[in-house]
Design a protein around this ligand. Structure first.
Ligand code: GLU
Length: 476
C-alpha cells in the first residue's frame, strides 16, 4: 500500500472530480472547462519591517466564474503554495454549488507564519496584500469576495475591508468586498461559529436518517456517540463544543499540534480551549492522558472522527488503521484520494468536505447580502412578529380566565413563543435549512444510483450538475 504514490492535494481533488464525471453525461470539453482552474495570480511584495524589507509571496486563484462574484477564504500559513490554493479554489466552486450560495470558486493564500509577527506588523502585511489584490479586482464586492481561512479571522477581514474602502471611497457597497468581518465593521451575527455550527447541523441531519446511520454500522442518535476531533481551531472548537453541549456527544479525543488528549469519559471542550489559549498547546492539561504522538489518536476507537485542521492528515500511511465508522471532513481535503479509496473499501462513511464545512461560506453569503441590503436581518419584522404573538397570547389568556384552571401556558412557552427572531436566530435557521437541503440532495443520489456508493461522489455529481447547468444556460 505504502509504495503507491500519494497524489498532491490538487491531484486528489481532480481524481475525485474525475471519478464523478465518469458517471455523468457531460459534453466533452465542458468537463475540462469545469475542472481546470481559470487563473492564479501570484504576487510578491515587500514590506519594511524591523528596519529592512521583507518579501512575501501571496496567491489568489479563481477556479470558476460561472457565477460572480467568486468566493473563498484567504489563508495565512507558511505551507501555502499554488497547488494548494488551486485545490482549495476548486473545492469552493463545488461547495458553493452544493449549498446554493450564488458564487464561483476562489481562494487565496499568503506564505507567512503569522505567529512570527506582532499585530501591527500583520496589519501592514495584510493591508499591503489586500492592496495588491484589490488593485486587480481580486477583492471586489461584485467580482471576488474573500473571507477568513486558516491563520486569518475577523481582525484581518476588518483590515481588508478598510483597505478596500480607502481605495474605493465612493463605493456604497464597499463593505461587501469581504466577509467574516467583526460585527461592528459590517459583519453578521453567527459567522465566527458558522463552520463548526454547520458541522453540527450536518451530523444532526445525518442522524435523522436511520438508513444512513445503518450504513455506518451504527444506530441511535448523536447522544453518547464518541467523537475524536483533530484540530481545536475555530472550526474544531465550535463543532466539538456544540456537539458535546447540545447533542450529548462525548468528545473522547482532541488532537493538537503538540500532541493529543484522550479521555474515554469525555473531555471538557471549553476547558481544553481555555488551556490552549493560555498555554499555547494541550500539554499539561489535567483530566486526560496526553500522547506526544498526536496523529496516533486518529486511529483510536470512536464513533465519529472529525478532522478539522489540515489537508491530507488521513493518507495512505494511516488510512487502513482508521477505526471510526463515520468521518466528517470539517477541514478541506483532510483525506487524500488514495486514503479515500481505502476507506470506501472498508465501508467507512465519509461526509465530504465540500458539504461538511460549507457552513462558513453559507453564512458569508448571508453577510454579503446583509452588506448589499445595508440592513441587519430581522430589523424590520422582529417587533411586529412579537406583537402578533402577543395578540395570540392575550387571547389565549382571556379564554383561560373563562375556563378557570383547566389549562394554562407555562412561562417558558410564553417566553419562547413571544420572542421575535433576531439576526443570530435567523442566521442559524438559514444555515440549518441549507445544511438539511444540501444533505438531502446528496443522499438522494447516494441511495438512488447503483453506481454511486459514497457521499463524496454524490456531492460531486450534484454540484458538477449545477455548475454545468449554469454554463449551459450561458450558452457555453
Ligand atoms: N474559508 C472558508 C471555506 O473554506 C470560508 C469561505 C467563505 O466564507 O467565503 O469555506
Amino acid at each position: 500500500m505504502a509504495d503507491k504514490p500519494e497524489p498532491s492535494f490538487r491531484e486528489s481533488v481532480d481524481l475525485m472530480f474525475n471519478r464523478a464525471v465518469a458517471l455523468m453525461d457531460l459534453p466533452p470539453g465542458l468537463e475540462e472547462k469545469i475542472r481546470v482552474c481559470n487563473a492564479t495570480y501570484t504576487v510578491r511584495f515587500g514590506v519594511r519591517l524591523r528596519g529592512h524589507i521583507q518579501t512575501f509571496t501571496g496567491y489568489r486563484s479563481v477556479h470558476s466564474e460561472h457565477m460572480e462574484p467568486v468566493k473563498g477564504g484567504i489563508r495565512f500559513a507558511s505551507s501555502v503554495h499554488q497547488d494548494e490554493v488551486e485545490a482549495l479554489a476548486a473545492l469552493m466552486t463545488y461547495k458553493c454549488a452544493l449549498v446554493e450560495a450564488p458564487f464561483g470558486g476562489s481562494k487565496g493564500g499568503l506564505r507567512i507564519d503569522p505567529r512570527q509577527y506582532d499585530e501591527h506588523e500583520l496589519e501592514l502585511i495584510t493591508r499591503r496584500f489586500a492592496y495588491e489584490l484589490a488593485k486587480r479586482d481580486l477583492i471586489h464586492p461584485s467580482q471576488n469576495v474573500p473571507a477568513p481561512d486558516m491563520g486569518t479571522g475577523e481582525r484581518e477581514m476588518a483590515w481588508i475591508a478598510d483597505q478596500y474602502a480607502r481605495m474605493n471611497t465612493t463605493d456604497i457597497n464597499a463593505r461587501a468586498c469581504v466577509t467574516g468581518k467583526p460585527l461592528n465593521a459590517g459583519g453578521i451575527a453567527g459567522r465566527v461559529e458558522a463552520t463548526g455550527r454547520g458541522v453540527q447541523y450536518a451530523l444532526q441531519e445525518f442522524f435523522r436518517h436511520p438508513e444512513d446511520i445503518a450504513k455506518a454500522g451504527m444506530d441511535g442518535s448523536l447522544d453518547g456517540k464518541r467523537v475524536i476531533v483533530q484540530g481545536l481551531g475555530n472550526v474544531g472548537y465550535h463543532a466539538a463544543k456544540f456537539l458535546s453541549e447540545e447533542d450529548g456527544s462525548v468528545i473522547t479525543g482532541i488532537i493538537e499540534r503538540d500532541g493529543a488528549l484522550f479521555n474515554p469519559k469525555g473531555l471538557d471542550v471549553e476547558a481544553v480551549h481555555n488551556w490552549i489559549v493560555k498555554h499555547g498547546g494541550v500539554t499539561g492539561f489535567p483530566d486526560a492522558s496526553h500522547m506526544a504522538e498526536g496523529a496516533a489518536v486518529l486511529e483510536e476507537e470512536c464513533d465519529i472522527l472529525i478532522p478539522a485542521a489540515l489537508e491530507a492528515v488521513i493518507n495512505l500511511s494511516n488510512a487502513a488503521r482508521i477505526k471510526a465508522p463515520l468521518i466528517i471532513e470539517a477541514a478541506n481535503g483532510p483525506i487524500t484520494a488514495g486514503a479515500d479509496d481505502v476507506l470506501r473499501e472498508k465501508g467507512t462513511v465519509i461526509i465530504p468536505d465540500m458539504y461538511a464545512n460549507a457552513g462558513g461560506v453559507t453564512v458569508s453569503y448571508f453577510e454579503w447580502v446583509k452588506n448589499l441590503s445595508h440592513i441587519r436581518f430581522g430589523r424590520m419584522q422582529r417587533r411586529q412578529e412579537e406583537s402578533r404573538h402577543q395578540l395570540v397570547i392575550d387571547e389565549l389568556e382571556r379564554l383561560d380566565r373563562h375556563m378557570g384552571d383547566a389549562w394554562s401556558m407555562t412561562p417558558e412557552f410564553k417566553g419562547k413563543y413571544l420572542r421575535g427572531a433576531g439576526e443570530l436566530e435567523l442566521v442559524r435557521s438559514g444555515l440549518d435549512d441549507t445544511m438539511r437541503i444540501a444533505y438531502q440532495s446528496m443522499r438522494e443520489v447516494w441511495h438512488e444510483r447503483d453506481d454511486v456508493d459514497d457521499l463524496r461522489t454524490a456531492a460531486y455529481l450534484v454540484s458538477i450538475g449545477k455548475v454545468a447547468a449554469s454554463y449551459r444556460a450561458k450558452g457555453l
